[in-house]
Design a protein around this ligand. Structure first.
Ligand code: FAD
Length: 249
């Protein structure tokens, strides 16, 4: 890899760029399944959405394979690659909770430990993974099964929106109604580099043995509550007017 190009990448990134020549490169490429021993050419430690877009640009212009790392728990090692570029989101772990709407926003590298700490402080909970170091994004992309699944469904049933970075570097805000969030299966890999997810949260405790009320996402506010499974079945294409494109962070 050309040194000048790597210096240019480091200049445009807020986070660090790691290559095999860096002392902390080996620590940065270790994932949960230590049997996976992949050696990427570049690890881009992103700290903001604009970094993700920059890293994708760099990978595209240098024809590098791309892997996206969230919590790093995928047993097959899909978050790392040999010779390519890793978009490492492990420094983007902020979770914010809006108690009034019962919605939590999780950065692309947030873990369930980060998420549960933030939501439980507000008396809220979302069905998630049972191990605190698993990534919110990676688990949600796989459906997400946890202690609350029997009562409240899969983690992905509670996904109501997020911000995504498209391969051409656009940062888009999408809701559960937008096909871009889910994507037709064959296009999912190319469509989504999600760096922030917005999850519906529920009251953490039930009173009097009653089932908690069905929460409403912002798409259904004002309408009678409907089961989430039905809401998610109705999707429509992203409308041009709703493409709130913004470059940079
Ligand atoms: C110890 C352990 C406990 C587990 N417990 C559960 C459980 O309770 N419930 C359950 O359902 N599953 C569980 N799993 C499975 C786990 O959900 C999957 O392995 C999941 O892929 C891990 O997500 P991650 O972000 O930690 O992993 P990563 O390896 O970082 O990512 C997994 C996949 O998601 C992609 N990805 C991650 N973040 C993003 C992002 N922000 N944008 C775009 N793509 C992204 C990666 O590219 C990769 O393809 C567990 C796994 C382990 C090892």
């Amino acid at each position: 890899m050309d040194d000048g190009a790597l210096r240019e990448l480091q200049r445009s990134l807020d986070g660090r760029v790691l290559t095999p020549r860096d002392d902390d490169y080996d620590a940065a490429r270790v994932i949960y399944n230590a049997l996976v021993d992949a050696r990427p050419s570049v690890i881009a430690r992103c700290t903001r959405p604009a970094d993700v877009a920059t890293a994708l640009d760099f990978a595209r212009s240098h024809s590098l394979e791309i892997a996206v790392r969230g919590g790093g728990h995928n047993p097959a090692g899909h978050c790392i690659c040999d010779g390519g570029l890793v978009v490492d989101l492990s420094q983007m772990r902020t979770v914010t909770v809006d108690s009034s709407s019962a919605v939590a926003h999780a950065d692309g590298g947030a873990t369930w430990g980060d998420f549960d700490t933030a939501t439980q402080a507000a008396g809220l909970v979302t069905p998630g993974g049972v191990v605190v170091t698993t990534g919110v994004a990676g688990l949600t992309l796989g459906g997400g099964i946890g202690h609350l699944t029997a009562q409240r469904g899969l983690t992905c049933d509670n996904l109501i929106g997020g911000e995504i970075v498209t391969p051409d570097g656009r940062v888009l805000e999408v809701s559960a109604d937008d096909e871009l969030l889910w994507g037709p299966p064959r296009r999912r890999r190319e469509l989504r580099r999600r760096h922030e997810a917005r999850l519906q949260a529920l009251p953490a405790r039930r009173s009097g043995g009653r089932t908690p009320p069905v929460s409403r996402s912002r798409n259904t506010r004002g309408a009678p509550p409907v089961p989430r499974s039905r809401r998610l079945l109705s999707s429509r294409s992203l409308l041009p007017g709703r493409d709130r494109t913004r470059r940079g962070g």
